[in-house]
Each structure stands twice: as structure tokens, then as C-alpha cells.
Design a protein around this ligand. Structure first.
Ligand code: UDP
Ligand code: MG
Length: 138
């Protein structure tokens, strides 16, 4: 069990002004932020990030959505980070997400669902290194 997970605050939540409340809920839940950046994904990078879904019918729409505006990408630290963060964000479809979860509170639809959360320790490491070369200090 590793202690990091990777998240994105997706374009819908950034555009709707929910970033601050989402970061607050993440910190309140006991996560700390190891690295964070604000960026606008290119179609190439969004396609690479979601390559595992490239055969799914929603793939092209997902790439369009994820490139529709800026996002926050972040590496989060907590004991049992991957599983605890999936619990905090709730189900992929916000209509099915538990009361009080980030997606239940802030998501619009199964596609525009406010946040990403890694689904395994292995993918957390892959996804974190996709966006961050190292945890730089300046
Ligand atoms: N997605 C979608 N339609 C679907 C399922 C997923 O647009 O029917 C999008 C949604 O933004 C989701 C992402 O694709 O967060 C990745 O899907 P996954 O099944 O990995 O869900 P997650 O792990 O994000 O809950
Ligand atoms: Mg997933």
C-alpha cells in the first residue's frame, strides 16, 4: 500500500468556480498536497492520459471535455491514499455518488464529474509521473 494518489480538478469544476471548495474538502479529509499545477491539457496529452479508455464509446467526448478548459493536477499524500480518495470523491456518476462526496456536491454529469482519482497504487505512480518529473524545490 503506497501513500500517494493523483487527482485532477476537471474543467467543469474549475470553470464553475469550485476549485477552492474542492481543495478545502480534500485537505479537511486529511490529505496533504505534495505537488500541484494549473494547466490546460492538449488533446494529445489528454488522449495519452486516458489511453486505457481509447476503445470506449465515450473516449472522443472525454478528450474534448478534458481539453475544454484549465485543470488543477495534484499529487496527494495520506495513509491509504488511493482507496480513501476514491471514497471521498464518490461514484463516477454523480447521481450514484454518496451524499457529501465531492462528485455528489460538485459534479454535473457522468462525464463532467469534477475530479479524477487514481484507481490503484500502480496507476497513482504512473499518473503522478505523467504530470510531475519530480517534486521540485525552488
Ligand atoms: N466517463 C464518461 N462516460 C462514462 C464513463 C466515464 O464520460 O460512461 C468519463 C468520466 O469523466 C470518468 C472518466 O471517463 O471520470 C474515466 O472513467 P472511469 O471509468 O475510469 O471513471 P473514474 O475512475 O474517473 O471514476
Ligand atoms: Mg478511472
Amino acid at each position: 500500500m503506497s501513500n500517494i494518489t493523483f487527482t485532477m480538478i476537471k474543467p467543469d469544476a474549475v470553470a464553475n468556480g469550485h476549485s477552492g471548495k474542492i481543495i478545502d474538502q480534500i485537505l479537511e479529509a486529511g490529505f496533504s498536497i505534495q505537488a500541484m499545477k494549473y494547466l490546460h491539457l492538449t488533446p494529445e496529452n489528454a488522449g495519452k492520459f486516458y489511453a486505457v479508455h481509447s476503445e470506449r464509446p465515450f473516449f472522443n467526448d472525454l478528450v474534448s471535455f478534458m481539453t475544454s478548459g484549465p485543470i488543477f493536477a495534484a499529487v496527494l499524500v495520506k495513509e491509504n491514499a488511493v482507496a480513501d480518495f476514491r471514497t471521498l470523491i464518490g461514484a463516477t456518476d454523480p447521481k450514484k455518488a454518496d451524499e457529501g462526496t465531492i462528485r455528489q456536491r460538485f459534479a454535473d454529469s457522468i462525464e463532467a464529474n469534477a475530479v479524477h482519482g487514481s484507481d490503484s497504487d500502480e496507476n497513482a505512480a504512473i499518473e503522478a509521473s505523467f504530470f510531475f518529473n519530480s517534486f521540485e524545490r525552488f
